[in-house]
Design a protein around this ligand. Sequence first.
Ligand code: NAI
Length: 213
Amino acid sequence: MEAKEISQAVIGRLPRYFRYLGELKDEGVERISSQELSGLMKVTASQIRQDFNNFGGFGQQGYGYNVEYLYREIGKILGLDKQHNFVIIGAGNLGRALGNYLNFERRGFIFKGMFDANPELVGKDVRGVKVMPMEQLESFIRENDIDIAVLTIPKTSAVEVADKLVANGIRAIWNFAHVDLNVPEGIQVENVHLSDSLMKLSYNINRYSSDIK
Ligand code: NAI
């Protein structure tokens, strides 16, 4: 279904719906009302209905939502019905942890290659993928239908590496380097800063402690 322009706030909530619906589906739940989903997810039922209305509703009056159907449709909206090949650049602690995470494959994200500038890491095995030298990056991307590059290198080299990726046809960058990348329009960048989430937690700890004083 080709929908109207959907706000990033709605898109940002879809993975969570998808996760909850996947769990319900695995538990054998066939249908669910917006009220029940609201109780599970701690999101108001009207928010859920509004979000789903962006895509044509999915629900039936008096029946609720068909879990399997909704799960599949949200998956399609998120592009999870297609395979996305990815490479990881930077075979350090973070890069290896991501490479070792099996669940990405379940969602259609296939770990194809890993690269590092340190010759001592070249040839090391991360879940069946051998670390390659940076000299092979460009040809590998072009020849292996790679959509996504995961950047787990220091910020000092991230901009230069991102330019190379873009020049060789990468479509999206999952950027863990602490630097903003300036990429041409049409290239998708998702910045991840785990410490942002930790700082939010810190704020909430502080707020809670001052509330109970
Ligand atoms: P690490 O030092 O274990 O690994 C970095 C790897 O990048 C090393 O193997 C190094 O040889 C490689 N490297 C450096 N320059 C390169 C280049 N130009 N091309 C290819 N490979 C290169 O560091 P760690 O812990 O894995 O973190 C990686 C980066 O991610 C760091 O810059 C860190 O600041 C950042 N980071 C970001 C987080 C986030 O939430 N955004 C969380 C943790 C780390």
